[in-house]
Design a protein around this ligand. Structure first.
Ligand code: WAQ
Ligand code: MG
Length: 264
């Protein structure tokens, strides 16, 4: 079948760093992942380059922009996680909510506390996520500072997602991108929970995502800190190679419109 270029779907993604490329020791500045039609590529490429140049973590001197056609038959559709929100008085209180939520999701106490400690004491920002066993807290991937980089995902309707979030008073790009990413991550059967906070110095809200929901928690770090990261807590004996393949390569669109209708 002949299809117009305008009907095709593309993965467009960017990663940027400072002090050289990531693989040459540069420090991670920012990244972005979208899945869109050809008509959006030019605008998004411009926005992604601008993001790398104007980030609060500094001006990137290395930018990798990748554009790749995705086979539409391979697109998988997933529901968006529902949102809960916890506002706390301090980082310590926020992190207590983290531990409680991880325990509820089936993460062992030592793994929950150990994971939190690891994220809080990272010597450098990774550009992806580390994988920890939910029972022992042992790191299961051998991907060093790279970790697993979730890719090839987007919402199926950006404008509707924005409106749905704003209805709940959640504004801005951080939450929009994070809930799409978390919805993909938790869709892998052996992932029990995800913990994240941003490496952007001014963004102190983080989250724990579980199979049931996406819990935003404010604050999870001190204002001004440029350290952040992600942990995927998985069941013991998880096939890490298979998980990496799914999270990095399977194209995914999240956000059944049916599920959003009740909010309008
Ligand atoms: N895949 C895996 N890990 C990633 C990815 C990715 N695509 N992108 C970033 N990371 C890791 C990496 O270690 C970063 O240093 C860290 O996560 C933080 O990334 O509801 O903005 O993009 O308001 O700074 C949470 C929103 C925002 C909470 C998180 O993360 C809310 C955020 P950032
Ligand atoms: Mg960031």
């Amino acid at each position: 079948m002949n299809r117009e270029v305008s009907d095709m779907v593309y993965s467009i993604r960017m990663r940027s760093s400072k002090g050289g490329a990531h693989e040459c020791g540069g420090s991670h500045i920012s990244g972005a992942e979208r899945l869109v039609g050809a008509d959006k590529l030019k605008e998004l490429a411009g926005l992604m380059i601008e993001r790398a140049f104007t980030h609060t973590k500094g001006r990137a001197d290395f930018i990798r922009l990748t554009i790749e056609q995705v086979e539409e038959e391979k697109l998988k559709r997933l529901p968006l996680l529902s949102i809960k929100n916890s506002e706390c008085d301090s980082v310590a209180a926020g992190r207590k909510v983290v531990v409680d939520t991880l325990l509820e999701a089936g993460v062992a106490p030592s793994a929950a506390r150990g994971g939190l400690e690891r994220l809080a004491s990272l010597p450098v920002n990774m550009r992806g996520a580390m994988v920890l066993c939910c029972e022992t807290g042992v790191r299961l991937d051998d991907l060093g500072d790279r970790g697993i980089r979730v890719s090839r995902m987007d919402s199926d309707d950006e404008e509707l997602l924005r409106q749905w979030l704003e209805r709940q008073e959640y504004k801005g790009l951080h939450v929009r991108e994070a809930i799409v990413l978390a919805s993909k991550v938790l869709s892998f059967s052996d992932v029990v929970a995800e913990l994240c906070w941003s490496d952007d110095p001014e963004y102190v809200t983080g989250y724990v995502a579980t199979k049931q929901f996406y819990r935003r928690i404010t604050p999870l770090k001190e204002y001004g800190s440029a350290r952040g990261g992600r942990i995927f807590f998985v069941k013991p004996h998880t096939d890490i190679a298979e998980m990496k393949r799914y999270l990095e390569e399977q194209p995914v669109l999240v956000g059944y419109k049916e599920a959003w209708r009740e909010y309008f």
